[in-house]
Every structure is written in C-alpha cells, then in structure tokens.
Design a protein around this ligand. Structure first.
Ligand SMILES: [Zn+2]
Length: 482
C-alpha cells in the first residue's frame, strides 16, 4: 500500500527595512547606486570602526513584531554570526541569536477563491523576529571574474522565522504574499522581491500523515519570487516522497532552486551548512527598550490588511474576493478607501475598480500609480447614480480621464454625452423598435416575456448606450404590455 505523505513547510523571511541609512553606520541604503559608493569603515569592517545602532531600524522591527502579535522583549542581544563568504567583509554578520528582539507571534493566513469559498485558513506560529544586517552582493560575469558590491552590506534586515506549520506550496505562497503585504502596509519594507528586499529560505520535509515527528528537512536558500517558492516546494516535496517511497532516506542539506531546469540541486551537506559560530557582539551593548516605547509603537500601528479586509466585507458588503484584491497593496487600499470617503458607494466602487481601474494600475514597491484619482472615481459613480450618464458611458468617461486631471463632468460636457433620459424621446425609439420587430413583439405578448432583454438591447444600440436603462425597461414593458 502506498504511504500517504504530507508536506511540512517552514519559511524564514528576510525583509530589508526602509531606513534611509544602514543599520550601524550613516551610509545611504539607496538601491542602484554605482558599486561600492555607499560604504565606510564601519560597513567595510575596517579595524577600529565601531557600529552605532540605527534607532529607526529598531522602531521598524518593533512594529513588525507587534503586527505579528509577538512578545517584544525589553532586552535583546546582538551576536556575531561567523562565516566566510566574499560578500561579507567583516567575516561575520551582526545578528541576534539566543536573545532576539521578539518571539512567540502568529500570522493567520486566509484566502478565498473567486466564488467566496475559504480555500486557505492556516495559522502560522512565528517563532521569532530578530534584527540583523545584510551582506553585500557578488556580481558575476566580468570577463569570467566575479566582483563584490558592498553597497548593500550593513543594510538593516529583520528575519521572521515561522514554525513549520504550512502544509502545501499554495499555503506557503499565500503566507508570503500576506506577510509581504503586511510589512508593506506598515511602510517598513518595499516588498521588492526582484531587488531582494523581501526574500526567503524554505525548509521542506515530508512525513507519513498522522506522524507527529518531523522528517529530515532540506533547506532551499534565497528564493525571491512567489512562483519560484511554489515550484521549488512542489519539486522538493515530490523528490522527498520518491526517496522515502523507494526505501531511501532524505539527506539534510541546503539545496538551490534552478528555475531553468525546474528542479532543486544539492549545494551543501549538513556538515558544511550549519557550522555558524555565534559570539556575543562586543562592540554593541544589549538592546534595551523602554517599555513605554514598545507600547507606543503598538499604538501607532495602522489598520492591518486582514482587519481592513474583514471590515470592508462586514460593513460594506464587499465580497471576500474583492476585499482581498483591494487590500493586497497599501496604495490600492488607500485609493479605494479615499474614493469611498469622497462618497463613492462601496460595492459599485469595488466593481468598477476591479473591472476597469486595476487593469491600468501599476505598483512598484510601496508606490501605486492609479490611472485616475479617488475624487474622479467618486464623481464618476455619482453621475451614473443620478442618471446623468449610463453605466456604459461611464467606461468611456473613465477611459477619457485616464492619466488626466479632467473631472467626469468636463468629459461629459466636452463629448456631449448626457444620458438620454427624456421620456418622450425614449418612448419614440421604443415604439420604433417594437414596430420594426412585430414578430418578436407578438411572441412577447403571447407570454415570452424573456424577450424584453432583446428589445432593451436594440434600444440601447439605437441610442448608442446613452439611454437610461431603467427608463427603457419601464417604457418597453409598458408599450409591450397588455
Ligand atoms: Zn557604512
């Protein structure tokens, strides 16, 4: 009998904090500058240079920890994580080891499908959140040489270590998506995966379903896209199942994801992988936080995406799908919320944003470029509501407004687009359409009332979509009626 295996997945996320300067020196953290221009004796690890902790980085770490419902510790300790790699000029990374900033949190991950069915509902325990610094970056391929750019060395990071509570690649990808959105909504990380400011290590093992003990795990390092995470996990789970099913044993090791080949490949075995030696960092005192400051940062948290999603569903009646999409980026969420504040009816606004506006929206890190402003959207929906233009005309007005500051009223005036709501004029068109379709009119009168839609369509076509659909429906029903 085949064994029923289950996947056990845990993620360690590294998130670059959006401070202006590095974690322990005043060098700039800006991305894309010429190599090795944002460096100094501290981040180069020159002898005698002393690190000074960036208070803003700590503040961001505290906020992340609060948002993940962790216990934030008034005292934590920095440690040196020693390893040799060319992108690490000091020969060690300043991190936290046995006394991290925060521990024992959780993130509840929920996702709905298009029909509103809850398809993922998983609580991931957060083991710890700690502060550390990033390494530099090796750049390969200069006529066969590799060079190192140390601009990134010393950039502040938080590492968020999740317990192995995830059970599928879909859950893992969703957890990452929601964690990324959460950090972005706190404005502490730009979430840019391509540039490496949000990346993760994936721990994967499999075990027979019902078994309590964890199987031997492998670690896939530095995966930087949702798609890679999902593919790498699927591959690794299948590989481990096959090993176990054939009576073999999974080897504990670090593996890399090769996207071209579509597989994970062995990089380092266990003996080499975990020989980090940690020492207390002698140049930095323990990080002691005023309890009042910790509480103050808790109070300063914005409404978190999950709470916002639930509020929009509960108070405004948005579908779970719409609320999920609209809260997936803080810039889009802010746009939608502002449109509603300006008077837009939430359900109509959500429909219009999902069907039209998002198609033209662009996000880049924390920035969201929306094609129109929230006032333009609110006013557009208002003039549909009061009958000035039809819903169909609204799409035309929207398209004309994209990228401009024109108001809907200006577009309507410039194009002479007012909705045809003159009862007499509409009645004339309706009568003409009925006369030209006598056979269908007779069928309608003999009981095929579903044909009303056919007549409405013809009238709307005749008026190029400018007739008030409500008035057309009423008029046709009256003229065709007994
Ligand atoms: Zn520096």
């Amino acid at each position: 009998m085949a064994i029923d295996f289950e996947a056990v997945i845990g993620l360690e996320v590294h998130a670059q904090l959006l401070t202006r300067t590095k974690a322990f020196c005043s060098c700039s953290t800006s991305f894309g500058d010429p190599p090795n221009t944002n460096v100094c004796p501290v981040c180069l690890g020159l002898p005698g240079a002393l690190p000074v902790l960036n208070r803003e980085a700590v503040r961001m770490g505290i906020r992340a920890a609060h948002a993940l419902e962790c216990a934030v510790h008034a005292r934590s300790v920095f440690a040196r994580k020693n390893y040799f790699y060319p992108d690490l000029p000091k020969g060690y990374q300043i991190s936290q080891f046995d006394q991290p900033l925060a521990t024992d949190g959780r993130l509840r991950v929920q996702a709905y499908d298009q029909k509103g069915k809850l398809v993922i509902d998983r609580e991931v325990r957060i083991q710890r959140v700690h502060m550390e610094e990033d390494a530099g970056k090796n750049v390969h391929g200069f006529g066969g040489m590799s060079v190192v750019d140390l601009n990134r060395a010393g950039t502040p990071l938080i590492e968020i270590v999740g317990e192995p509570d995830l059970r599928s690649s879909e859950e893992a990808a969703e957890y990452l998506r929601q964690l990324r959105t959460l950090l972005m909504s706190l404005r502490i990380c730009d979430g840019n995966m391509e540039q490496g400011s949000f990346r993760c290590d994936v721990n994967v093992s499999v075990r027979a379903r019902g078994e309590e003990r964890l199987g031997t795990r492998t670690e896939i390092k530095n995966v930087n896209s949702f798609r890679f995470v999902q593919r790498a996990i699927d591959y690794e789970v299948a590989r481990q199942k096959a090993v176990l099913a054939s009576g073999g044993q999974v080897v504990q090791e670090t593996r890399g994801w090769d996207d071209k080949e579509g597989k994970t490949v062995s990089q380092r075995s266990k003996e080499e992988a975990h020989d980090y030696r940690y020492f207390p960092e002698p140049d930095l005192p323990p990080l002691v936080l005023e309890p009042a400051w910790i509480e103050q940062e808790r109070g300063a948290l914005p409404e978190l995406p999950a709470a916002m999603r639930d509020r929009w569903m509960r108070s405004w009646g948005l579908t779970s799908h719409a609320a999920g999409v609209l809260t997936s980026h803080p810039g889009i969420a802010a746009f939608f919320e502002r449109a509603v504040e300006r008077g837009a009816e939430p359900l109509k606004a959500a429909n219009f944003v999902l069907s039209e506006v998002l198609r033209d929206a662009h996000t880049d890190g924390l920035d969201a470029r929306l094609p129109i402003g929230p006032e333009q959207l609110a006013r557009l929906l208002a003039i549909v509501e009061d009958g000035t233009i039809s819903g169909k005309q609204a799409k035309e007005v929207y398209a004309a407004m994209v990228g401009t500051s024109q108001t809907p009223d200006e577009v309507v005036a410039a194009r002479g687009m007012k909705q045809l709501s003159d009862a007499g004029a509409i009645e004339q068109v309706c009568a003409r359409v009925i006369a030209a379709n006598a056979r269908q009119a007779a069928a309608y009168r003999s009981g095929k009332t579903a044909l009303l839609g056919y007549f409405v369509g013809l009238v709307m076509k005749e008026t190029r979509g400018s007739a008030s659909p409500k008035l057309v429906n009423e008029t046709l029903a009256r003229l065709l009626g007994p």
